[in-house]
Design a binder for this molecule. Structure first.
Ligand code: NAP
Length: 560
């Protein structure tokens, strides 16, 4: 029987990205009948799709890789401190092949809908092409930034040149040499892309609505000797990541912002700005995230750094954010981004002064003038966190739609379960700690915890797990409370659910998308709940005996 003829699995995992790969590894190790479904033609999730030039990690590569296998750690050589997309995709394929996981994955399988069958305690999953599958547990490993959004601009289909969202950057090489390229957006994606292509295209026009703060990535190659040293220190490296709020190697400076002199603050910032990675953001004083005055002082420092790097003072001023302080949105890291604007072939258009009126056959028209181009790149971001969930018609008890339940923002228990949607597990769901952390570290925590829930049920013959009302309310209130102390609650970013291109997500309504308490606290909470027999989850086993969990798990599945 092939994967494509099976109709029932104990576990269906949706998404073959970093989370789905680790999830299926854990399931296969236990001999569980499980499969991964992915709409793509290959594995890798975010690293499969995002192929735009310049796409790379902002986590140190050796803190991003999986930690679960010593052998894997010994075998893989990261070539750069912040590895690029092609290598990251190679890594994930290497992992899948090493552990023979590919045979448990089905590609070009888009999950359109999932309905919970209350009498059988099973999920009925509708896959593109008309296939209907069932499973006991539905694990959604569908990513946080996997639902790209296009701007709502008139005439978008009329452009006769090449155009695409960065997420859908073509898999075949795009000839940009000698071309006039327009980039819409100046988020983390655009910042990587712009810096990478500025010297390769004839003309690059950047259409910026709001500038973002950004700081140097300070990338470098990793030699054989350095890699040997990293391998010897892997335990220490991963251990360090468990102690920092972001699960990165960068932990906050423990001195109080106001306990040190301005000279000492400047000394720290000068050092961090030139160091690799997120140091300037996450190894800074804690107050920068919560205290307006502290944040403002740092923002002024970074603004001066931008002024030093951009030759034209007018352009420099356009690149400095005024509506939010440094680091209250997720910080994009860059390599020569600001220097790109010193090139004669790179132009910056301020959309706050001259908004885009429409896309034309030949390019873009702002309120000021027309811009002809060969390629338009939409670096316009994602319907973040809940977007991928909203794109599947998920119906729980009584036919309740998850989309409706989360219409005004998600409600979850620990970001991993939802009341009214039994046996639905989200290792990196909305309101979990994953988005605000070094993602794979959050993934391993989330997958391990979800495995614990399933194991608990298999051991006891339970067939249904559902978050309790009280537990969900309490967790959501806790998530909301963590936002109250953070300056980021005021920022128009995907952390607060803002996206001008998604109806209902425009400015004005905060969505409490992520847990901001940090990794150590999150892990302590979820471990404590597990130790108390998964307090907050109602378990039951009301399925007919022949469909009990153990029998389903081991039973050979029906052929179509
Ligand atoms: P983003 O941060 O949401 O940025 C989207 C950009 O598009 C913003 O500049 C936005 O302007 C602009 N935009 C959206 N709609 C527009 C419209 N209708 N007209 C004009 N401009 C419009 O998205 P992203 O850059 O893809 O980054 C999202 C996240 O992905 C990052 O925060 C990060 O977590 C992750 N990421 C990580 C890496 C990495 O280094 N590992 C790289 C790339 C991305 P406004 O701000 O005015 O809305």
């Amino acid at each position: 029987m092939t994967e494509k003829t099976k109709l029932h699995y104990e576990v269906i995992v949706v998404g073959a990205g970093v989370a789905g790969i680790y999830q299926i590894k854990r399931l296969v190790d236990l001999g569980i009948e499980a499969t991964v479904l992915d709409s793509a033609n290959g594995l890798g999730g975010t690293w499969y799709w995002n192929r735009y030039p310049g796409c790379r990690f902002d986590s140190e590569s050796y803190t991003y890789g999986y930690s679960f296998s010593r052998e894997l750690l010994e075998e893989w050589h990261w070539k750069e401190r912040f590895s690029s997309q092609p290598e990251n995709l190679r890594y994930l394929n290497f992992v899948a092949d090493k552990f023979d996981l590919r045979r448990h994955m089905q590609f070009n399988c888009k999950v359109d809908a999932a309905r919970f069958d209350e009498t059988r305690n099973l999920w009925c999953v509708s896959v593109s092409g008309g296939r209907e599958l069932t499973c006991r547990f539905l694990v959604l490993a569908i990513g946080l930034l996997s639902a790209p959004t296009m701007p709502r601009i008139e005439g978008i289909d009329s452009f006769k040149g090449l155009s695409f969202h960065t997420y859908y950057w073509p898999h075949e090489p795009v000839d940009i040499a000698g071309k006039k390229v327009a980039v819409i957006g100046t988020g983390a994606t655009a910042i990587q892309l712009i810096a990478e292509i500025a010297d390769k295209v004839a003309e690059l026009t950047v259409f910026q609505r709001r500038p973002n703060w950004s700081a140097p990535l300070n990338n470098s190659p990793i030699s054989e000797e350095e890699m040997a040293d990293i391998r010897a220190r892997y335990d220490e490296i991963f251990e360090a990541c468990t102690h920092t709020p972001g699960a990165f190697l960068h932990g906050p400076d423990h001195r109080g912002f106001y306990e040190v002199t301005r000279e000492e603050r400047l000394e720290l910032w000068d050092k961090l700005y030139d160091e690799p990675g997120f140091g300037i953001w996450l190894a800074n004083f804690r107050e920068i995230f919560m205290d307006e005055a502290a944040n403002s002082e740092l923002s002024k420092y970074i603004a001066d750094r931008i002024r030093q790097r951009v030759s034209d003072p007018k352009v420099a001023e356009k690149l400095i954010p005024r509506d939010h302080g440094f680091g209250v949105q997720r910080l994009p890291l860059e390599t020569n981004y600001y220097e790109a604007y010193n090139r004669d072939n790179v132009h910056l258009v301020n959309l706050q002064e001259t908004p885009i009126e429409r896309i034309t056959e030949k390019g873009l028209k702002t309120t000021e003038r027309e811009y002809d181009c060969d390629i338009i790149v939409y670096a316009t971001g994602f319907d973040a966190i809940t977007g991928a969930y909203d794109r599947i018609d998920i119906r729980g008890i009584g036919g309740e739609r998850l989309f409706e339940k989360w219409k005004d923002g998600p409600k979850t228990f620990l970001g991993m379960l939802v009341r009214g949607f039994p046996n639905l597990l989200m290792p990196t769901g909305p309101q979990s700690a994953s988005a605000s952390t070094n993602f794979p570290r959050g993934i391993e925590n989330g997958v391990n915890w979800c495995m614990g829930v399933m194991q608990y049920m298999w051991d006891r013959g339970y067939t249904r797990a559902e978050a309790m009302h009280e537990a969900e309310e309490r967790w959501t209130a806790h998530v909301v409370k963590m936002y109250e102390i953070m300056l980021m609650r005021k920022a128009k970013s995907w952390f607060t659910g803002y996206n001008s291109n998604v109806p209902g997500h425009e400015e004005g309504k905060i969505r409490y998308f992520v847990y901001n308490g940090g990794t150590p606290k999150f892990v302590a909470i979820i471990n404590d709940i597990a130790a108390k027999g998964y307090e907050g989850i109602a378990f039951s086993s009301n399925a007919p005996p022949e469909q009990g969990a153990m029998s389903l798990r081991t039973r050979n599945c029906v052929e179509s």
